[in-house]
Design a protein around this ligand. Sequence first.
Ligand code: ADP
Ligand code: MG
Length: 240
Amino acid sequence: MTDTVVRLVGVTQQYGQGGTAVSALSGVDLEVSRGELVAVMGASGSGKSTLLSIAGGLATPTTGEVIIEGEYLSEQSPSQLARLRRRSLGFVFQDFNLIPTLTALENVTLPLELDGFRSRVARRAGKDALASVSLADKLDAYPDDLSGGQQQRVAIARAVVGGRRLILADEPTGALDSATGELVLRMLRSRVDAGAAGILVTHEPRHAAFADRILFLRDGRIVDETARDGADSLLRGAGR
Ligand code: ADP
Ligand code: MG
């Protein structure tokens, strides 16, 4: 039994055909294990969001394979894929994507309810997840009543509720001030330390420093990969 949660093998993504085709990803190999947070950096248009969507089965690559906990996504039926996404994966986006008419707790328990968990079980898991992001006192608050940082912590709770094992975060701090952004990253880091695997897309070197490894994408290719120690000195070299 390996600790690998997600593996991408030779993943290529092409949009469009012929002369106007765009190669969003070319030959990407990546493996992320339990307890590991990988940051993905790169210029706008370098393929970061495409990589995340493919790793989470939201998009199917043109070629290559994605394997989540030993399951080849290419071999799953649409309903199996939907169930795998609901049970194993959590997404966090820049704009939170909370449902405004549901309370914090209802937002967090929604994926479990959709998956057929009994209400009482879902509520208990939802409360635990919100407590883990220090929002135990905001269960009944609506998104509009919460600050941006609190909303993003609800989104993180939703991403990890019920023991989701792969957290995919696409510039989750993009809409937050820097102190709040760091708090959200600390939460993400602690969920990964508790046994999840994480992929974090970020522009901020300071935030990438929360990761164990940093990948740099350019024109859809991984051009550099740095372990945290190396990344720290690299970032210091960049004048941090
Ligand atoms: P990033 O998140 O690093 O900014 P993206 O993954 O969003 O990069 O995009 C990578 C490349 O693929 C860009 O050139 C972008 O224009 C292109 N692209 C992304 N999504 C689509 C799409 N649905 N149709 C066509 N081209 C796309
Ligand atoms: Mg993007």
